[in-house]
Write a protein that binds this ligand. Structure first.
Ligand code: ADP
Length: 655
């Protein structure tokens, strides 16, 4: 029989049977490997998945009621604390609990750490504040104006809306809404915050007609639709050159999934960097609704609303970075992994996992289809295709007759740039021609700042941080030194800290700023802009930048990997890769594969509309298989060779 302790904090259970009967196992989202037992108060009924608040040491924490481990014999006698409360939130779905266990097991990570990924930050679980919303009131406005009429029109027969949402939908100022409230034509009400935010409650319209698909696109979308309709686990790789309409085609799969089940949820994973406003707008244009976003740019309130609308099943389509895979979807029917080859899917801190592989596992546990999308699938994925584990659907040509750009390697040994510059004569001539044709160019150099290193001419010392020896990178057009691992920054020293020589420190090698300087000297009339994480610090800035490029307010874009993703610029016809060899050094076993994927992706920015594109790769080793494959457009050959050489060396995915 349970015995209550003198201070009433604990209950002693003397028999194992009592524990099973009177207590529950609770998993807490902390780096703990197992569950703790808690006594269930008499007036509480709990089932696995329920979110509860429990005492832990001096505080209380939120945890999830977990299935009792049948193998582990309860240890009696024990002293237990009681569950404090059951949170008023839907339970964590069973499939999410199994997924947490699987990921924990496979990646050898404490169960509680993986649970934390499903629960998100602790604020997700707090009930949000009720939100003010407006509905039609009892009276009519004294005087009807077109603006007032529009506001009332928006609310007629529709759900209540927030003021901001009303203002946007009716195109009126706040004063109009306030005025209508004062005259009793609108009533203010409070809505609970659980579920979709007010005004975000529109559902994606799965029946809306998409564009007319080409023959290839139709065939691809039919196979994807068949996998969705089968409603069982499958993995399909959608491979197609950039601009071939992969996004249009996978939108069809999303539509099919939403149509097949009125509660179906879909998640589209993207590398964080590709999750742009442009993509969300495109989704909205296709489905007349904004998808639920999940990424680092969201504030706490937006995240909480997203999380709660996902667990409540209201969010139908979620577009998010890799962590969105772990969210508690009660009815996930389709998982799409866009740019599946991207290394951003690999998380290497705290819980180590590869989101693409975990997506396949999540699909297996939920018995649902998954689609991996890329212009350059990872070698791992291609091996799965060759071995028949994944289905393969291809889009071989660009949409609307746009041709795949011609790619040419420039041998820098026979075409060297002038001293202290980085553009070969061939590339600068191409820039000049593009400029005079009134078209846009993109120069790609994956190096932030002005120069990758600062070196003393007198003693050869490379500038670094004294305390941790991190190398310093030259920024601010030669004025500052910055560390790329933290926020450390100093002005360029006047004398060498090692040998003391004055004015001896020089910037060594090119970064995007230095390249911009060279281009500005060559083409003083051109409008030049640098796109890197130093110039684009927020999604809003990114959006403005993209708009300026699309509106042709920039002639030459100089960018790091930020420019590689998903944008579509019809006037961009020239791409110059400044240092195609850059990614090949360093001995990573995936160096060749990554370089191939990255350069092919950048090359894909050229000539996406009627105007054909040209791509130049500046290389000191144009005979390297990566350069050869890119120039010949021979992706399949490159993959076969790469796979063969990994197999011989016993390296992943074979080793
Ligand atoms: P990918 O994802 O393969 O790079 P997208 O789906 O972005 O290709 O398509 C490239 C461009 O072509 C986009 O602007 C897209 O809207 C357009 N497009 C593709 N297919 C069609 C189609 N069938 N009808 C109209 N526009 C299309």
């Amino acid at each position: 029989m349970p015995v209550v302790s003198a201070d009433k904090q604990h209950v002693f259970l003397s028999r194992a049977d009592d524990i099973a009967a009177l207590a529950v196992s609770v998993l807490i989202p902390l780096p703990l490997d197992g569950c703790y037992d808690y006594l269930v108060p008499d007036d509480m009924a709990l089932a696995p998945g329920d979110l509860v608040r429990v005492p832990l040491g001096p505080r209380t924490v939120v945890g999830v009621v977990w299935e009792r481990d049948e193998e582990a014999e309860p240890q009696a006698p024990v002293k237990l604390k009681a569950v404090v409360e059951r949170l008023d939130l839907p339970s964590l779905p069973e499939v999410t609990r199994r997924f947490v266990e699987w990921v924990s097991n496979y990646n050898m990570t404490p169960l509680g750490m993986v649970l934390r990924m499903a629960l998100g930050p602790p604020e997700m679980l707090r009930p949000g504040k009720p939100r003010k919303a407006y509905q039609l009131g009892g009276s009519q406005p004294e005087r009807m104006t077109p603006a007032r009429e529009r506001v009332l029109g928006v609310l007629k027969g529709g759900p209540p809306r927030s003021a901001t949402d009303l203002m946007e939908a009716a195109g009126v100022s706040r004063a109009v809404v306030v005025g209508l409230v004062q005259m009793g034509a609108l009533d203010q009400i409070l809505l609970p915050s659980l579920g979709l935010a007010v005004g975000n409650s529109e559902k994606p319209d799965a029946d809306k007609q998409g564009p007319d698909l080409s023959g290839d696109q139709r065939r691809a979308s039919e196979s994807l639709r068949a996998s969705v309709d089968a409603n069982i686990f499958s993995t399909t790789v959608l491979e197609g050159v950039t601009g071939s309409g992969k996004t249009e085609v996978y939108f069809e799969a999303i539509a099919a999934s939403l149509r097949s089940d009125e509660r179906a949820q879909v998640v589209v994973l993207m590398p964080e960097i590709a999750l742009t406003e442009q993509f969300l707008n495109r989704f909205q244009a296709r489905f007349d609704a904004v998808p639920t976003g999940w990424h680092s740019g969201l504030g706490t309130r937006e995240r909480r609303e997203a999380w709660q609308s996902i667990i409540s099943g209201e969010a139908r389509v979620v577009v998010g970075a890799r962590s969105a895979l772990f969210l508690p979807y009660p009815n996930l029917k389709l998982i799409e992994v866009d740019e599946e080859h991207d290394s951003a899917y690999k998380q290497e801190d705290r819980v180590i996992y590869h989101a693409r592989d975990m997506a396949v596992v999540r699909a297996l546990l939920g018995n649902s289809p998954t689609i991996l999308v890329s212009a350059t699938p990872s070698l791992e994925t291609m091996v799965n295709v060759w071995e028949g584990r994944y289905a393969h659907v291809t889009l071989p040509v660009r949409h609307g007759g746009a041709v795949v750009p011609e790619i040419q390697a420039i041998d820098m040994r026979s075409n060297p740039p002038a001293r202290g510059s980085w553009l070969s004569p061939v590339l600068s001539e191409a820039l000049e021609n593009t400029l005079s044709a009134g078209e846009q160019s993109l120069l790609f150099l994956n190096r932030r700042g002005y120069a990758p290193a600062a070196i003393c001419r007198a003693c050869g010392h490379r500038m670094q941080r004294e305390d941790c020896s991190a190398p310093l990178v030259v920024h601010a057009y030669g004025q500052r030194l910055k560390c790329h691992y933290c926020s450390y920054s100093v002005s360029m020293p006047e004398a060498c800290p090692k040998c003391g020589a004055e004015e001896s420190i020089i910037a060594y090698g090119p970064g995007v700023e230095r390249l911009a300087e060279e281009v500005a000297k060559l083409f003083p009339e051109a409008r030049i802009a640098v796109m890197s994480s130093d110039t684009i610090m927020s999604p809003a800035e990114g959006r403005r930048f993209i708009e300026r490029i699309a509106a042709h307010k920039i002639d030459i874009i100089i960018g790091t990997q930020l420019v590689t993703k998903g944008h579509h610029f019809p006037m961009l016809t020239l791409v110059g890769i400044i240092d195609a060899d850059l990614g090949l050094s360093g001995g990573d076993l995936r160096a060749a594969e990554r370089t191939y994927q990255q350069l092919w992706q950048v090359a894909g920015r050229a000539g996406r509309a009627e105007r054909p594109g040209r791509v130049y790769l500046q290389s000191y080793m144009p005979e390297h298989p990566v350069m050869q494959a890119l120039a010949a457009g021979d992706g399949p050959g490159f993959y076969r060779n790469e796979a063969a050489s990994r197999q011989v060396q016993g390296m992943p995915p074979y080793g």
